[in-house]
Every structure is written in C-alpha cells, then in structure tokens.
Design a protein. Structure first.
Length: 248
C-alpha cells in the first residue's frame, strides 16, 4: 500500500481510476488514505474545481460511497453507464428511478439541476431557432409534459426567455388558453410559437393537441397576435403544425 501511494504521489491524476480499479476492495474504500494531492476535495481547494474530471466533481457531490465502492469508484461507474454524458447521468441518477443509494443519486441529480438552471438563466435565446433549440434541450430529459410559450417580435426575435405555462403528467398536459395569452401579452409579443413535449417519444399530435391549437389561434386572432406555430418535441423527433399544413 505504501509503495502504491508513493508511486501515485508522482503520477498524474488520471492514474487514479486505474489504481482504484485494480486495488483490493478494502483499499478502494479508504479514499482518505490516499495522498492529499489526489483527493478530489483537496485538489479542488488547491487547483480549483475546473481542474477536476467529471468523476471527481461527482464524487465531491455525493461525498460518500456505498458498501464495496468509494465515492469516486461509484462516480466512475455511473459515468460509464451514462457513456460519459452528463445528460444521461441526469436521467440515470433520478431518485425516482435509480437503484443506487438514494442520497447519492439525489446529490448528483441536484447538482446537475443547478447547472441546468444556471445555463438557462445565462443563455437567453435571441432568435426563434435558438429559442426552439433551448426549449427542446430543456424538455428532452423531462418525464412530464410541459408547455412553453415563445414570444417574438415582427422579426422573429425573442422579446423574453421562453415561458413555461403548464406542467402535466407523462401522457398529457392541461393548458389554460388564458395563461398562454397572458404570457404573450406581458412579453409584448407580436407573434408566438408554443412548444410542448411528448415523453413517450411519439410526437404525433393528439386530438387534444389539435383542439388546443385551434383555440389558441382564435384567442390570438382576437388580440392581433400572430399564432406562428405549435411544435411538439421529443428527444429524437420534432412535429410542426405549420410544416404539416395544419394551421390553415
């Protein structure tokens, strides 16, 4: 053990994963026995959090491992199962779905959620295309149907960030037409595009989607706001009422 630690003190941090994978289980659990220069928490304090790998950042979030696995080993296992994708890790650690430690899953999920919210606040879309991309990214990981309003000026530039006006179940969302209209008016919209997701991955519009679209078109017409499109998204597909000729 001492020889291994002496070697690791001179080795780059990427040897850490190899060391943990090949050492005995009882050694893997003793993260505090490792050189301080290789412990994620100590490295973050000395070199800054940006110097750490994704696995090391996740290990700091969960703090403790589980029986037979250190926090770092558990983090690496989760990232491997997520194929290195933080988006997949967000889904994988959802406390309602994860079979791993509930506390650890919640810690990771909460950390990633904060990152998503920070990105959303810092990245206010400018064009309609950017807004649609932003909303689709937000909805791609959601398990419940959510309904967004994108407010636009006459040049199809956003007058405000996309607004979520309704959250439903896995298979439906109840949308108040007045809430959509209100979101458009307070954002000084000349045009609007509404977007909602189908977590089932089937973006075909339901009869309720078609009826709601007609109601929104009528309400917008009364206020001289152009109803530009209703878009249904999933992780893999997009359906546009306008492109399908369903807004006539």
């Amino acid at each position: 053990m001492r020889a291994a630690c002496a070697y690791l003190m001179l080795a780059p941090s990427f040897f850490l994963a190899e060391f943990l994978n090949h050492c005995p289980r009882d050694v893997r659990m003793r993260i505090h026995d490792m050189p301080a220069t290789l412990r994620p928490r100590e490295r973050a304090q000395k070199e800054g959090i940006r110097s750490l790998s994704d696995a090391e950042v996740v290990a700091i979030l969960i703090r403790f491992g589980v029986r037979g696995k250190s926090a770092l080993a558990l983090s690496e296992e989760w990232l491997a199962r997520a194929h290195g994708s933080l988006e997949e890790l967000y889904t994988l650690t959802d406390p309602s779905r994860s079979r791993e430690s509930r506390v650890a899953s919640l810690s990771i999920h909460a950390g990633l959620e904060l990152g998503r919210r920070l990105h959303a606040r810092e990245s206010i879309p400018i064009s309609l295309e950017e807004a649609l991309t932003s909303v689709r990214e937000k909805l791609s990981l959601e398990k419940m149907e959510m309904f967004f309003v994108i407010a636009l000026d006459l040049r199809d530039q956003c007058t405000a960030p996309p607004a979520c006006v309704a959250v439903g179940s896995r298979y439906s969302v109840s949308v108040d037409v007045k809430a959509v209209v209100h979101a458009a008016v307070v954002r000084n919209a000349a045009r609007i595009v509404v977007v909602h997701n189908h977590p089932s991955q089937d973006v075909s519009p339901s009869s309720q989607d078609v009826m709601l679209t007609k109601q929104l078109m009528e309400a917008c017409a009364w206020l001289e706001i152009q109803f530009k499109d209703h878009v249904i998204v999933s992780k893999r597909a997009v359906f546009s009422f306008r492109e399908e000729g369903m807004l006539n």
